[in-house]
Ligand binder design. Structure first.
Ligand SMILES: Cc1cc2nc3c(=O)[nH]c(=O)nc-3n(C[C@H](O)[C@H](O)[C@H](O)COP(=O)(O)OP(=O)(O)OC[C@H]3O[C@@H](n4cnc5c(N)ncnc54)[C@H](O)[C@@H]3O)c2cc1C
Length: 395
């Protein structure tokens, strides 16, 4: 069996499946290695929905990438035939000076994004499920909505395979070694060794191990998604009339939520944006605890009072967060044949297809026309650690 490829991708979750697709679509002979099965629920890309929006409080530099991501989401829907993106409108709610509102507004103004500012009375009038305080406002953008993570990963995997990629599931990479002189990589698995001219590493919550030599500090955090049956039924939360939302309270606590996209029986999903507990993929506690349900219920009682009628279910998931909460997407500083895409800090999914495009650019040419200066690992590296050329990946 020939075990040499133009490009290899480690990790076929959100970003790796997109990278594999974009590389294969450009005619590369692609190897993809994934620890688990296709579109699994063991990493960061499960739970049925992820918010997508363009007015971006995290930093205005993300907006050009979001505009391209929307184009690519539509192309992915067209090419795969899958239903992936639903624009329900999005509300960024809080006090006018909150990061969520002020940051979204600044980025919308800077990039000329269509949006409206709503006062508390107008929020209540349009969306009677929501109970803002008198001093709260919202930025509304009609292009906001949600994408479907499992279906999106499956779509990228399907298209990558259709373009000829050799994707291997249940086969974790054990080591990767950058060969001297930038001359390709060697990857080992329990099945043997592979070589490739280029490597793209998209390890999600396994980044602290697989990319230890980057010197960037990653914190893996447990995050819980909750589904409730609203008091009075799901009709007021139907996607035709209810937006997605991110809602910041004065101390900086954010919750977010979705319409009832799973129909009348599926419940309505909500979560705290951050406030996660540190974990590793091995120590992730998948049980949902009564005190956690009580905490989000108490918060919702004040904000979305009809939502926490009956708790239906929860799902634990992992963020891989950098200190500044910006992504790491770059050519590896020590190994020009290696591209890294990680540290998506709880807000990466909406970018998935454009990260795939960028990773393919970087792997094939060492550069990209997309603005990714914010994602450079070099200024964020911890005090000089001598990088190792060989990465051991404990299983
Ligand atoms: C609860 C929750 C809510 C979120 N909400 C939003 C949202 O509303 N909007 C938004 O934009 N983003 C959101 N995010 C963030 C977003 O989902 C993540 O940024 C994104 O899914 C990360 O993708 P990834 O490819 O880095 O990780 P993953 O999709 O987890 O992929 C990493 C893959 O690497 C594989 N892997 C690891 N090590 C190896 C190895 N040695 N060999 C082979 N394979 C390996 C893993 O099995 C996994 O499949 C949310 C995240 C969570 C957890």
């Amino acid at each position: 069996m020939d075990r040499s490829y133009d490009a290899a991708v480690i990790g076929l979750g959100a970003m790796g499946s997109a990278a594999a697709y974009h590389l294969a679509a450009r005619g590369q002979r692609v190897l993809g290695l994934e620890r688990f099965g296709p579109a699994h629920d063991r990493g960061s890309s499960h739970g049925g929905s992820r918010i997508i929006r363009q007015a971006y409080f995290e930093h205005p530099d993300y907006v050009p990438l979001l505009l391209r991501a929307y184009e690519l989401w539509e192309a992915l829907e067209h090419d795969s035939g899958a239903d992936l993106l639903t624009c329900t409108g999005a509300l960024m709610i809080g006090r006018p000076e909150s990061r969520t509102v002020a940051g979204s507004r600044a980025s919308a103004r800077r990039w000329g994004l269509p949006h409206e500012m709503l006062d508390a009375a107008e929020i209540r009038r349009r969306y009677p499920t929501l109970a803002p305080r008198p001093d709260e406002v919202a930025l509304y953008e009609a292009r906001g909505g949600f994408v479907r993570p499992e279906a999106a990963v499956a779509a990228h995997i399907g298209l990558a395979e259709r373009a000829g990629a050799d994707l291997r599931f249940g086969e974790p990479a054990e080591t990767w070694t950058a060969l001297p002189g930038g001359d390709g990589v060697r990857i080992t698995t329990a099945d043997g060794a592979y070589t490739a001219g280029r490597l793209v590493v998209c390890p999600g919550a396994w980044a602290p191990r697989l990319l230890a030599d980057l010197g960037v500090a990653f914190t893996v955090e447990r995050q819980v998604q909750y589904w409730f049956a609203p008091r009075g039924g799901t009709a007021p939360f139907a996607p035709e009339r209810h937006p997605v939302y991110v809602w910041e309270d004065p101390p900086g606590v954010q919750i977010y939520g979705f319409p009832a996209y799973e129909g009348p029986e599926g419940g309505v999903k909500t979560a705290f944006f951050r406030r996660g507990r540190p974990c590793t993929p091995e120590t992730l506690d998948r049980a949902i605890h009564p005190e956690e349900i009580a905490a989000i219920t108490a918060h919702l009682e004040q904000r979305v009072p009809d939502l926490p009628g009956r708790f239906l279910r929860g799902a634990a998931c992992m963020y891989t967060t950098t200190a500044d909460e910006h992504f790491v997407v770059a050519v590896h500083p020590e190994h020009p044949q290696v591209t890294v895409a990680c540290g998506f800090s709880g807000h990466g999914f909406k970018f998935t297809p454009v990260i795939g495009e960028i990773a393919a650019d970087l792997a094939m040419t060492g550069t990209t026309a997309h603005p990714i200066g914010l994602f450079d690992p070099r200024p964020r590296r911890a005090a000089a650690e001598r990088p190792a050329a060989r990465q051991e990946v404990p299983r």
